[in-house]
Design a protein around this ligand. Sequence first.
Ligand code: G6P
Length: 612
Amino acid sequence: MCGIIGFTGGSPALPFVLSGLRRMEYRGYDSAGVALCGGSPAKIEIRRAVGNVSALEAEVAAAPTDPAATCGIGHTRWATHGAPSVKNAHPHLSPDGRIAIVHNGIIDNYAELRDRLAAQGHVFASETDSEVIAHLVAESEAPTLAERVMWALSFVRGTYGIAVVSADDPGMIVVARKGSPIAVGTGGGASMVASDPAALAGRAESVAYLDDGDVAVLTPGAFEVRSLANTPVSRPCSPLDIDPASVEKGGYEHFMLKEIFEQPEALRNCLRGRLLPDDGTAKLSGLRLGPRDIASLSNIVVTACGTSYYAGLHGVYAFEEFAGIPARIEQAAEFRYRNPIVTPDTALVSLSQSGETADTLAAVREAKRKGALVLSVCNAVGSTIAREAGRGVYLHAGPEIGVASTKAFVCQVAALSMMALLFGRTRRLSGTEGRAFVKALASAPDLVAAVLARNDEIARIAEKHAAVRDAFYIGRGYQHPAALEGALKLKEISYVHAEGYHAAELKHGPIALLDENVPVVALVPQGPDRDKMLGNVQECRARKAPVIAIATEGDADVRSFTEDVIEVPPCPDFVAAIPVVVAEQLFAYHVARLRGEPIDRPRNLAKSVTVE
Ligand code: G6P
């Protein structure tokens, strides 16, 4: 959730650290800080500020650090323990000010550690759990910084990604990981660390991802990885395949808008080489499943959080409809604690854009423990969930920076659709049905492009409703998850209270809230549910609720009762959710823009939720 960055090399560290923090601001942004280590004799200087990285830059400009310091670490925070404040912002120092640490994660036994240290005379400057790590490292009498960190971590229970610098070891950064991602890289004679490899794009020539229990020692241009027991371990290095342009705004006002407009390309990348039009099936090599493996599956459990959960619900419908495999969705936190029934012929499909969501990761581990076949659908290459699952499908959507997920959702739907097709063709779909499926899914990028071409129209509709306080989204079938996702988009970025419902559920309570001030976004594209949906829309109109319809181009019936229609091209219902959600994304985006909200960094939210 928070972001960690670090640099040690032959050039000033501060510019790298600040620009890395800017790239990771979306992970947490209530406060930020840097620690620079340099000078002769070496000392540590820290600067911290409440707010985003610009506030930190202003702080550094007002009180400059040694510009020649070539080693530094930085942090952008999403508060858990202790409110956002300068004293709670990272880095945290040891009592003598010679050690600085940044930490992501939660130290579960921090109170106990703090009490023990306080009894020995330690005075703490913050309310955070993280500060105990700096104090513990300072207590160690081990000969090297790495060993002092290992010693300190031996007392710690909880999750961490940490980076540590010491004025006694200038030019060295020690990093460690347990449950919170850390990537280390080298390039241009420097070494660097980041909790998100996107921060290293264009800078690191190669990167390695630490596993839980790893400690890495970075010196300029090199790093070595050791276990917590101080034995050498080898982690594969690979070139960093992230285009630096993909983590910049590229002329768009917001990352979210850029990512909405990237969706045709993201979908093309996701589908490329995987759809087999002649055979009417899909090739998903990363699943490493042969026909007999697929034939022996008896049920599928999809698990995820947030937007990924809604994409997962779409997948459940597709698995049952096309593959004939009983499927259900389980909120990942429930899966981890509910002790669900998993058999050896259960496939657990874990969906996560970031591949780092704590509850989804815990569900993966629990499912593995129970002997399920675990498959991941992730966007972030090399992420923990993807690596631990060992089998899966990468989205290839490119880095997603805007906190509200957009292109990951449509690619998740596409990836799950391809899985449903592959499973279906192995089990019960005919070649003809498979070829029709391929044709429909292959059109998704063009369907999305057609919706993007209506951006101005959607902005005009958003303008009419920008002052709204409450809204409902309703849909049936594949448009049910789309309704849930549409409502989530609106509430996340515009702070409008919005609820998504199955259209049939509206009568069971929520309809009591409808009046002329509560618009209903009705998802009514052509398909088996359209006529029933029109009936539900009439129920809303009878309560005077304004209706915003997302409907198939040229649907005169819909036009007859509302002028606020966003049209999507004709397509089968299982694909229609993709352009429908894109229309919802643009609607939410424009409402938030007109209300002046900070679209890429909505209050209280973080891109990657690495605490439970
Ligand atoms: C956070 C993000 C959401 C995202 C959810 C799950 O809440 O703000 O946009 O859908 O986490 O994230 P994941 O990376 O697992 O898909």
